[in-house]
Design a protein around this ligand. Structure first.
Ligand code: ADP
Ligand code: MG
Ligand code: MG
Length: 691
């Protein structure tokens, strides 16, 4: 999202009255943009990460750590460079929900060269340093998923108290003061207020406390009859968490739909692998991840929609919050795995169909559009549906799902993109870079080897819940599609189809001077002008081939696998994500430095999946449980919080090596992984060349 445009938010009553207006024009806008852009071809692979950060302030005398409510001032400074030279900066900074949060992305997306994998971590390190320079010596920018004592007494600096009875408060939370909501743009408070108003009451986030021998029940603030529940009551508890996202551009809409589908079943898997948030409001909980917390934190469904009251004033029962796992696949191959009934308005669906949208996309959009707008600005009410897309984006951008299918923005050079959204933020740049590069590589393998991960939506939903359980990465099993083809067979098939594509392309070039409608015009043969696949490019051919992963469709197609088996393989069941990537890399020419970096990342992922290294969540639990101040009562005291964050600070600075997290020093000296040649290139060019 770009710099947020300023404007005047409408009141909830005004917004509510315009819900159908936004829906109607949003749908028109989607139909129009679809027809403008559906045949867009030849976009090259571009990709980029988003990392969210929390600003922490330490008080070393009192040994407490708090969130520093200074994002607004900090962003003003961070954005100065961008405003002066929008194309030349190495990083971009955006506001996030919390007044203590910022989001950083690379200045430009990375591209289709293998060598770009070598820039990610250095760019992340640059971002951290850029912020650090603007902070006081007792402050620190941290890519932690949740601040452990968020919402516990006195967790902000400056100190602010919640005012639940104040009718002008947006959140009316018992724990999370409005001052902790980003004050620089009205969007965040408006969303907070409107979600609460639409729901008809405060949001309610329930987490089971981790029961230790001295855990006092009921937990402070527990709801009646649920003594073991840590109750959170504000949007900030979820949207105030940090995550790690990545976006990539597909060569055309078909490839985008396919990637959306293939990555959807991997969302819970990557969530489990990246689990990093076991502590909420100062309590150890049974959950390792933020997902359900955010989901409930923006759950604007009223009681009728949630099925607690008979439908009278509302249109539908709605199964999930607007922040949740995706509900349907978009590609033809995915259609048969759409096994969960989709809620949508038949009239909206029919308008999309009449507008020339196919069934799968129409039901996807119609389903997004069951939501009402929860944030509307007066300047944006009246729009030209042929040009603008704000009403579509209004609903799209407040459907926060595991995957997002992103149409090209109006009047831009940007193509169809897919966003991967489940991962939790990791402590170090090394870990974040490893996860990002791993997922991008996976997309290349999916396309080259025509991998098929499609799993019934109901099983993906089940996996989402499994992924969040305590230590799921080592202990749980996940539904996963069996695939007995070996990596060798896949590599051979991919090589054959590449050859066929090149021959086909030659024929086509002879037959016509204008090959721009050929599906491979972006293609593997001519990737980014950097040569064919197998040289140094990592594009795809964009060929709409049949899904060639023809494993038998027997009733054992879906099996329960551990994270270790999914990543490292299980004989005769699945070759493993990492071996598949390694096999793919063998067919690529990769420079030594990049190879070395990727290998470090793959080894790290393998070890974490195998349980040799633990997740951030498991490590944090262990830090708490072994702290001398811990009273076996599930409470993460101010002192424990302080020590934990101090430890994290020294890990991210590379001063402390934490073997359980990163191995024996192997992974923490990330400087070594950035080859000198690339460091020079970085210094010269900024992040990467925008082709
Ligand atoms: P969001 O809407 O999720 O906030 P952002 O605009 O913040 O998305 O961008 C997310 C990521 O997409 C950034 O890392 C950015 O570098 C990257 N990005 C920008 N342009 C493209 C593009 N054309 N293709 C793919 N990724 C891109
Ligand atoms: Mg963003
Ligand atoms: Mg994003």
């Amino acid at each position: 999202m770009g710099l947020l445009s300023e404007g005047s938010p409408l009141s909830w009553e005004e917004t509510k009255a315009l819900a159908d207006h936004v829906r109607e024009h949003g749908v028109n806008q989607f139909i129009n943009l679809y027809h403008r852009l559906k045949s867009r071809q030849g976009d090259v692979l571009k990709w980029g990460d988003e990392v969210e950060y929390i600003i922490v302030k330490f008080d070393d005398d009192k040994q407490v750590a708090r969130v520093a409510l200074k994002a607004k001032d900090l962003l003003a400074k961070l954005n100065e460079k961008e405003l002066a030279d929008p194309k030349g900066v190495k990083s971009l900074w955006r506001p996030e929900y919390g007044a203590y949060m910022i989001e950083g992305t690379p200045g430009k997306p990375f591209g289709g060269l293998m060598a770009h994998f070598n820039l990610v971590e250095a760019n992340m390190r640059y971002r951290r340093e850029e912020v650090t320079e603007l902070l006081a010596s007792d402050e620190c920018v941290m890519s932690i998923t949740n601040f452990p004592r968020l919402g516990a007494p006195n967790f902000t600096y400056p100190l602010c108290q919640p005012h639940p009875e104040d009718p002008t408060s947006a959140a009316r939370s018992l724990y999370f003061p409005d001052e902790a909501i980003f004050p620089g743009h009205p969007r965040f408070k408006t969303l907070t207020r409107n979600i609460r108003m639409r729901r008809g009451e405060k949001v309610s986030i329930k987490l089971k406390v981790f029961k230790d021998v001295n855990t006092k029940l009921p937990v402070e603030g527990a709801p009646p009859g649920e003594p073991d529940v840590v109750l959170l009551d504000a949007m900030g508890f979820g949207m105030g968490c940090c995550c790690l996202q990545l976006t990539f551009q597909a060569c055309n809409i078909t490839e985008a739909r396919r990637l959306y589908d293939q990555l959807a079943p991997l969302c819970p898997i990557m969530l489990a692998l990246s689990a990093a948030s076991p502590i909420y409001r100062g309590y150890l909980t049974e959950s390792d991840c933020r997902w359900n917390v955010i989901s409930s934190s923006v759950d604007c469904r009223n009681e009728e929609e949630r099925g607690l009251l008979p439908l009278q004033n509302s249109k539908f029962r709605i199964a999930k919050s607007r922040y949740d796992s995706i509900d349907s696949y978009l590609s033809p191959e995915g259609a048969k795995y759409n096994d969960v009934p989709l809620t949508y308005d038949e009239n909206v669906y029919k308008r999309l169909i009449d507008g020339g949208i196919d069934h799968l996309l129409a039901q996807h959009v119609a389903h997004l559009f069951i939501r009402d707008t929860v944030s509307l600005f007066s300047e944006k009410v009246n729009q030209d549906d042929n040009e603008d897309t704000d009403h579509f984006e209004n609903i799209q951008s407040t459907n926060w799902q595991t995957m997002r299918f992103k149409p090209p923005p109006p009047n831009s050079s940007i193509g169809w993109r897919v966003e991967f959204r489940p991962c939790e933020a990791q402590i170090s740049d090394f870990e974040n870079a490893a996860i990002v590069c791993f997922v991008v590589l996976l997309t290349r393998v999916i396309l080259s080897y025509q991998l098929n991960f499609l799993t019934p939506i109901s099983k993906v939903d089940e996996n989402m819940q499994t992924a969040q359980k305590r230590d799921a990465c080592r202990k749980e099993r996940f539904w996963f599609r069996r695939s007995s083809k070996t990596t060798e067979q896949r590599a051979a098939a991919a090589a054959t189809s590449t050859k066929a594509a090149v021959q086909e392309k030659d024929k086509e070039d002879k037959a016509t001077t204008n090959g721009s409608n050929a599906p491979w015009s972006n293609g593997m043969p001519k990737l980014n002008g950097h040569g064919v696949n197998g040289m140094n490019g990592i594009g795809t051919n964009g060929i709409d081939s049949d899904h060639t992963d023809t494993d038998d469709e027997d009733n054992e197609l879906f099996q329960l696998l551990t994270i270790n088996e999914i990543f490292n393989g299980k004989p005769n069941v699945f070759p493993g994500l990492v071996p598949l990537i390694r096999s793919y890399l063998q067919s690529m020419e990769v420079d030594t430095d990049t190879h070395c970096t990727i290998e470090q990342y793959l080894r790290f992922i393998q070890k974490r999946a195998a349980g040799e290294l633990v997740t951030t969540a498991t490590w944090m639990r262990e830090q708490v449980l072994s702290h001398p101040d811990y009273k076996q009562d599930s409470v993460v005291s101010e002192r424990i919080n302080y020590d934990l964050l101090k430890r994290i600070q020294s890990i991210q600075q590379g001063k402390h090596v934490e073997p359980a997290l990163l191995g024996q020093g192997n992974h923490s000296k990330t400087k070594d992984f950035i080859p000198p040649a690339l460091q020079k290139q970085l210094a010269k060019n900024g992040c990467c060349e925008d082709k």
